[in-house]
Each structure stands twice: as C-alpha cells, then as structure tokens.
Design a binder for this molecule. Structure first.
Ligand code: S3P
Length: 445
C-alpha cells in the first residue's frame, strides 16, 4: 500500500470532452458498508463497492479482526460478520495506508471491544491529527498510546464495557462523529453526538438500515444523534451509489473545456455531499440532473454537464461541510472563471491528505494562476475561460485529490501539466485515467 516510486502523468485534451461515464462507488459509503456488514451476524452483500486502496485497507483490517470478506466473480462482495462485540484481536498492526476514514472509524470500533490494535499508515496519514478521535474515545474508556502530536503510529486498547458519552463535536467532522457512534454500538446505554454543523450522514443512514436504534433530532445546539448501544445488526444487501467526490473532476473538466458535453451516470446526491454542484451552479455551470432515483437509501441521478462560461464567486462558507473534499476541484474551476473567486471558512483543508490550501496554491501558481492564501482558504484569479499557462510539474504530496484536480486543470492549458506522482489516485479512483481517455483526453510522454 506504500507508493515506493513516483508515477508521473501528463493528460492533455486536443478538443472537447464528450461521452457518458460512470464513477466508482462512494468511498464513505463503501467503508461503512464493510464495517457494519462485519458487525452483523450472517451474510451481507455489497454491490458497487469502491475497490480503491483506502477501502481495501478497511477490508483487510476487518478481516484481521475476524470478518470473512470475499469478492465474487460478478464483482459483488460478500461479508460474513462476527456480530457487535465479536471483533477479534488482530495479530499484526493494521496498515491504514493513506486512509484517514479507515483509521478514525476503526479506532471507534476497537475502542469498545476488549482488544488492542496498532494503527500505522503512510507518510501523509502519519502527519494527520488523531487527537480529535483519541479524546472522545478515551472518555469512553479506551487507552491510547500515540506518536507525538496525537499521530500514527498509535496503539489503542479498547474497554468492554465502554462508557456511553454525550459529545459535542468541536470540529465539523463526519469521521469523528462516526468514530464515536461506532464505539457506541458495543457500549451499554445511549451514546450521543451533537453536531453544531451538519456533516455527511452516511453513518446514521446505514446504522438505521442495519437495524440499530438511532434517532436524529434538532436542538438549539445542533443535530443530536442518539444511538442505543449493544445493538444487534442484521445483514443487508447494499448497492453503493457513485461517488460525487469522484464525479467532481468530470463536472469541472466539462465546465472548463470548450465544447464539452459529458454525462456522469449514477452519482450520489445526498444533500450533505452536493456543495460543489451548488457552488458550480452559482458560478454559472450548466449541470442538469436526469433520472433522479434512490439507490441503497441514497438519492442518485445522472448529471449532464456542458461547457459554460464561469463567473467568480465568494464561495458561501456554509457550503464547506458538504464540499469539503471538493475544494481542490473548485479551485481549478475558479482558475478558469471571470474574476477572482474567494473561498474562506475551510480551515479543515489544512489537515486533509495534504495541506490542500498550500498544495493547491503552489500547484496553480506553478501553472501561472495568481492565488492568495488565507489561513482558512484561498482566492484564485480566473482566466476568464482562456487556457491557463501550464507547463509545470505538480507536487501532489501523496494526495489523490491534488493529483486529479491538477490533471483536470491541464486539460485546458497552453503547455502540458505533468502530475509528478499520480500513484495516489489509486486510493480513491483507480479508473480515473481510463475515463479521461474515454472522454477524449490523451496521455502524453
Ligand atoms: C469522510 C469525512 C470527511 C472527508 C473524508 C471522508 C467520511 O472527513 O473529508 O474524505 O467518510 O466520514 P472529516 O470528517 O475529517 O471532515
């Protein structure tokens, strides 16, 4: 799961991008479908699972803790779970690769089981803050021995029975929320998480779908999620919708390359995930939703996006939680808009797979785009639809979304843009380059 050697990638487009594409399964839902299936007694089946490195890290960890997980010839995955409370002591350290979601959610699961697990990860993951989950999980009774700064490698010893808590999230984070709820599954009594700002709600939806008793209520402090512990989960048949965070690259690519007309099929449109679509529409993007339907309990549609002139906006900060992974793609759209786009209120970008504010500023500036960095965001001066200069090699800092966003920027540049190391793309979107080619882009060099 480590990326020993860099894989450069240069993508160019000689003309418009056209065609119909599908995107792989939603990463957040894929992780959760494996974890909850592994805690249900009996056989669950998951169709459309994202087979990226991050999700495979979750699968390997759940296997190491006793679940039986296999991929069938038809591409569907079957999981025989161990039951809530039944996770086994893993024999070796759990290698989380690049995946923050695997790490934080699995820390939650381990916290209320009578087992000890060591979590290790790559250079990017080993820089990311884990204190945000360590603190609430310790108050539930877990014992954690972390590297300086609350980082990986770390060892977590669970407590069984753990202590239920009521916890108000100090930072808008679905990972922290989910870690506490997953710990609450094997904890007697009611575990409560209060979210002052709503974040993606896949955990709540899926926990309820597996039969856990869970309520979500509004309050003056925010959304109150209450989970009854010592739950019994029933195995499920899950269909994972396409990942809006992967669709994002084609929405931006088709918007910026003149003449483009692309339909992205089967995109998950859970309202906690659609901030980028809202922001692009404010900029004037032409995005049409076709055949709206429900897949696996989540709203889904096909998205038809045609090239349109974009105008700069002040990105509403309240969109941040619903587009937190899409800022790199949005900054690329901004680089082609008329005027100066300003995005603030997105401090969390500093602690993603890379510092995405610094990484995107450096990447866009290397391509001739003028940017201004703020502690909590970025301003980007757009080209008014003209190609950007390009001609740079981009440092991706082991961050898949920097790699894919800048590959998209290179589709409308005077000189080719090279992604210095495209290997991290495999963490979330193994087929990315193939899809770009099917739309008319070319790999050069
Ligand atoms: C995720 C939550 C978000 C997001 C990440 C996936 C999840 O992280 O950035 O890619 O699946 O819960 P935070 O909880 O750190 O905001």
């Amino acid at each position: 799961m480590s990326h020993a050697s860099s894989q450069p990638l240069t993508l160019v487009a000689a003309g418009p991008l056209t065609g119909r594409v599908t995107v792989p399964g939603d990463k957040s839902i894929s992780h959760r479908s494996l974890m909850l299936s592994a805690l249900a007694v009996g056989e669950s089946r998951v169709e459309g699972l994202l087979e990226g490195e991050d999700v495979l890290a979750t699968a390997a960890a759940m296997r190491a803790m006793g679940a039986d997980i296999a991929r069938g010839e038809d591409g569907a995955w079957t999981i025989h779970g161990v039951g809530v409370g039944g996770l086994l002591q893993p024999a070796n350290a759990l290698d989380m690769g690049n995946s923050g979601t695997s790490t934080r959610l699995l820390m939650g699961l381990v916290a209320s089981h009578p087992i000890t697990a060591t979590f290790v990860g790559d250079a990017s993951l080993s820089k990311r803050p884990m204190g945000r989950v360590i603190e609430p999980l310790m108050s539930m009774g877990a014992d954690v021995n972390a590297s300086p700064g609350g980082r990986l490698p770390l060892m977590l010893r669970g407590l069984c029975p753990a202590v239920p808590i009521t916890y108000t999230l100090p930072v808008a984070s679905a990972q922290v929320k989910s870690a506490i709820l997953l710990a609450g599954l094997n904890t007697p009594g009611i575990t409560r998480v209060i979210e002052p700002i709503a974040t993606r709600d896949h955990s709540e939806r899926m926990l309820a779908g597996f039969g856990a008793t869970l309520t979500v209520e509004p309050s003056p402090e925010g959304r109150v999620i209450s989970l009854h512990g010592e739950a019994e989960l029933r195995p499920q048949q899950i269909v994972v919708p396409g990942d809006p965070s992967s669709a994002a690259f084609w929405l931006v690519a088709a918007s910026i390359v003149p003449g483009s007309d692309v339909t992205v099929e089967n995109v998950g449109l859970n309202p906690t995930r659609t901030g980028l679509i809202a922001a692009l529409r404010l900029m004037g993007a032409d995005i049409e939703e076709l055949d709206a339907r429900t897949v696996g309990g989540e709203p889904v549609a096909d998205l038809r996006v045609r090239h349109a002139p974009l105008s700069a906006i002040e990105v509403p900060p309240e969109l941040a939680p619903s587009m937190i992974d899409e800022y790199p793609a949005l900054f690329v759209a901004a680089a082609f808009a008329q005027g100066r786009t300003v995005a603030r209120g997105a401090h969390e970008l500093r602690v993603k797979e890379s510092d995405r504010i610094a990484a995107m500023k450096a990447a866009l500036e290397a391509c001739g785009v003028v940017c201004e960095e703020y502690e909590d965001g970025l301003a980007v001066q757009g080209s008014g639809g003209e190609p950007i200069a390009g001609g740079a090699t981009i440092e991706t800092h082991l961050d898949h979304r920097i790699a894919m966003s800048m590959a998209v920027a290179g589709l409308h540049a005077r000189k080719a843009v090279t992604i210095g190391d495209a290997s991290p793309i495999a963490t979330s979107y193994p087929g990315f380059v193939g899809v770009a080619i099917s739309l008319g882009a070319e790999v050069v060099g």
